[in-house]
Design a protein around this ligand. Structure first.
Ligand code: OAD
Length: 232
């Protein structure tokens, strides 16, 4: 069985990292147009750096939860028959033991130079004085994350993996940001079974064949146990 799993902010919620659209979520407190768009960055780079520096520090304090760990166990059992694609820019899947995570919205632990295009791994804060490790320029570094209006990363490989799956599972995502929000419809059209695992049904829940609801730290390990038991 080939599995394609899409995760969203809900899987990291119990690790203490906020979601975006729940009550009190990040986009209720901060304006995404100011902090997560190329235009916002051009207008006020200091504010954007401060926002992502704070998130990077919060991520360093956070620990993977039982849901991340269960998906790492599933990968250990299924190997390359599991495709794990996340919208999250945190590294909690990796720290739980997942080896092959595709970050479609980029990663907080990567920095990109808008001058020379170099991408470097790094956990340090960024600001306008941070020199690019490759070209040495300052004022050109940004987090290597995807902002509104930018193309998500690795889309070709993601679509190939999605369409090769027997089961598509969306975990902890509100299904409101495209293209990820469209994966369930693409899977259905291709005759692939679909499952939503979420705190409660998302707005697009009716598009899924089945749903399992509750906190990810409980629902994901229970589902993984069922998958591992079924395959014997
Ligand atoms: P959202 O904040 O839109 O949705 C989070 C989902 O997780 C909701 O459906 C919640 O019900 C659910 N949830 C909350 N707590 C949970 C828990 N303990 N267990 C299980 N589920 C829980 O986050 P995303 O769908 O990930 O993009 O958002 C998608 C994209 O929008 C993000 O990648 C980000 C954001 O703007 C960019 O910044 C480009």
């Amino acid at each position: 069985m080939n599995l394609f799993i899409l995760t969203g902010a809900g899987i990291s919620a119990e690790s203490g990292l906020g979601t975006f659209r729940d009550t009190g979520g990040l986009w209720a407190r901060f304006d995404p147009m100011k902090l997560a768009t190329p235009e916002g960055f051009a207008r006020d780079p200091e504010a954007v750096h401060a926002f992502y520096n704070t998130r990077r520090r919060a991520m360093a304090q956070a620990r993977p939860n039982e849901a991340h760990r269960a998906l790492a166990r599933l990968e250990a059992a299924l190997g390359d028959r599991l495709h794990l694609c996340t919208q999250n820019i945190d590294d909690l899947h990796e720290r739980a033991g997942s080896r092959r995570v595709v970050h479609m919205h980029g990663e907080l632990l990567r920095h990109r130079c808008t001058g020379c295009g170099a991408v470097e791994r790094g956990a340090d804060d960024l600001d306008l004085d941070t020199p690019c490790p490759a070209c040495g320029r300052t004022g050109t570094m940004r987090p290597d994350v995807v902002w509104f209006g930018e193309m998500p990363m690795h889309m070709e490989a993601i679509e190939d993996a999605l369409l090769a799956a027997d089961l598509f599972v969306a975990i902890g995502t509100s299904g409101s940001v495209y293209p990820a929000a469209g994966f369930v419809a693409q899977a259905r059209e291709a005759g692939i079974r679909t499952l939503e695992i979420n705190l409660e049904p998302a707005d697009n829940a009716r598009l899924f064949d089945a749903g399992r609801y509750g906190p990810a730290s409980e629902t994901v390990p229970a589902w993984v146990e069922d998958v591992l038991r079924e395959r014997g």
